[in-house]
Design a protein around this ligand. Structure first.
Ligand code: BES
Ligand code: MN
Ligand code: ZN
Length: 506
């Protein structure tokens, strides 16, 4: 496994690496430390900026090689103009990492003295840049054995140590600790999504989560016999075509000062591979269905983050893990199953399996923990991508306050959600003649009928369903993510918790 990027916070005016990155705001406005470097080089930096018509626009950059009066080999000047929000600062940090990466160096110095840090303190500014760089540095290359270290064409970023010069290094390091916990959660989610299904089946997924108990999470793994005893027949039906047995994992974090505080519950769809079952999917693109456990991956990542930063809340994470395969033991279209709730389901399409997994996982979560709210995450429908593309996850919610909190957290983190409708008329579309419900609606509104199905298993508990089929994987590379598995949702939910459910405890 490659070492993660080592980030250090150091004071201004110390030693600088051969590659230095300084920041310039709109109009090439420099902070004090960058100004001093410019002065030492007799104004070479600002002169070069003029020659290149560099204006300081966010994430644009110029490079000054062999500057006079400075021992470093090069100074990269990167624009910060227009940087306002937290997400902007993360993107800036990611862009800085990428700028350094094209120079093929192992160490670099980032001089984080913005001419104007915006609404935040200098240490928060530095810590956000660090998080952005760290998130950008993630890659999934454990199965590439040809590490072409000397290959000229190797596009990989070899940066190992990033020293960030800033006004208050100790305060910045402290602010970064929680962000590092966040990055660890995002990386776990990305790893789980990227891992191929031959390596990561339900049993292996559960074992990886069991290993998280060293962080202080309490972990229970329910095996097939446990699931049978609980009557989780919907979840079991999804897994019955596979030789690899299903699992449910319960993760608990009890960080609240009041032990009896009602927990919040996060539930994830963990279909480790979705062939569609007997209603089999076409071959083209089926490999992407190794990521059909993106909801479970996000829940695992979130729980890891909450534990690592010792969040002052009580939170439960539950993942339903199964592999949806066609075989002689697989469920058939037309089968009628009795879910844990007692409600019966006519399975008209075995490819609408995620909702079956959620049905039992949600019922169990609600029944056992009586949570203050439940949020489920699932790569549930292709239809949500028809509706929203890959920019927003679909948000379905029976509680306006929770919906607003999620929308607000989405805006700050950039993990954006778009609220979709729920209602009786949609709900009727999944009524069945032969059972309490069927697992598919008609031709239209597929993401909504999927959500209506899920809602039948949460009673009146405040609940939100996030359809993340478009965002959990293959959602496009950007400044803070270069990986197929995006880790979408970990930052969203950590922010939801921190902003709305933790402050009152502090
Ligand atoms: N896992 C898929 C949804 C999906 C598709 C996620 C593409 C990510 C990318 C889900 O289990 C599924 O197959 N849904 C069906 C539902 C239909 C049969 C009602 C779909 O979207 O076609
Ligand atoms: Mn499916
Ligand atoms: Zn699926």
């Amino acid at each position: 496994m490659p070492e993660p990027l080592d980030i250090q916070f150091v004071p201004f005016n110390g030693e600088m690496a051969p590659t230095v990155l300084v920041l310039a705001d709109d109009g090439v406005a420099l902070g004090a430390a960058a100004k001093r470097i410019d002065e030492r080089s007799k104004g070479q930096l600002t002169k070069a900026a003029g020659a290149a018509e560099f204006k300081g626009k966010a994430r644009t950059a110029i490079e000054v090689l062999a500057p006079a009066g400075i021992e470093s080999r090069r100074v990269v000047m990167m624009g910060t103009g227009g940087t306002k929000t937290e997400h902007d600062r993360l993107r800036l940090g990611g862009a800085a990492y990428a700028q350094i990466g094209t120079r093929k160096v192992e160490t670099a110095t980032l001089v984080a003295d913005p001419a104007d840090p915006g609404q935040v303190s200098e240490e928060v500014f530095a810590a956000d840049l660090a998080l952005g760089a760290l998130l950008r540095s993630y890659n999934f290359e454990k199965y590439r054995s040809t590490k072409s270290e000397n290959d000229e064409d190797d596009k990989r970023n070899g940066l190992r140590t990033l020293a960030i010069q800033c006004a208050k290094p100790e305060a910045a390091a402290k602010a970064f600790a929680g962000r590092r916990a966040l990055a660890e959660g995002v990386f776990l989610a990305r790893d789980l999504v990227n891992e191929p299904a031959n390596v990561l089946g339900p049993v292996e997924f559960a074992e990886r989560l069991r290993a998280l108990s060293s962080t202080g999470l309490s972990i229970e793994v329910l095996d097939e016999a446990d699931l049978k005893a609980l009557n989780m027949n919907a979840l079991l039906a999804v897994g019955q075509g596979s030789v690899r047995p299903p699992r449910v994992v319960v993760m608990q974090w009890n960080g609240s000062k009041s032990k009896r505080a009602k927990p919040m519950c996060f539930v994830g769809k963990g279909v480790c591979f979705d062939t569609g079952g007997i209603s089999i999917k076409p071959a083209g693109g089926m490999e992407d269905m190794k990521g059909d456990m993106g909801g479970a991956a996000c829940v695992a990542g979130l729980m890891l983050t909450l534990a690592k930063r010792r969040a002052a809340v009580n939170a439960i994470g539950i993942v339903g893990l199964a592999e949806n395969m066609p075989s002689g033991t697989a469920q058939r279209p037309g089968d009628i199953i009795t879910s844990m709730s007692g409600q019966t389901i006519e399975v008209l399409n075995t490819d609408a399996e995620g909702r079956l997994v959620l049905a039992d996982a949600l019922w169990y979560a609600n029944d056992r923990f009586k949570p203050r709210f439940i949020i489920d995450l699932a790569t549930l429908t292709g239809a949500i991508m028809v509706a929203l593309g890959k920019e927003y996850a679909g948000l379905f919610c029976n509680d306006d306050r929770l919906a607003k909190e999620l929308e607000a957290a989405g805006e700050v983190t950039g993990d954006k959600v778009w609220r979709m409708p729920l209602g009786k008329a949609y709900d009727r579309l999944i009524d069945s003649r032969n059972a309490d419900m069927k697992n598919i609606g008609g031709r239209y509104g597929g993401a909504i009928t999927g959500a209506q199905f899920v809602q039948r298993f949460v009673k009146d508990t405040p609940w939100a369903h996030l359809d993340i089929a478009g965002t959990a994987m293959d959602s496009g590379r950007n400044e803070i993510n270069q990986s197929w598995g995006s880790g979408w949702g970990v930052r969203l939910l950590d922010r939801l918790v921190a902003d709305n459910y933790e402050k009152s405890e502090k």
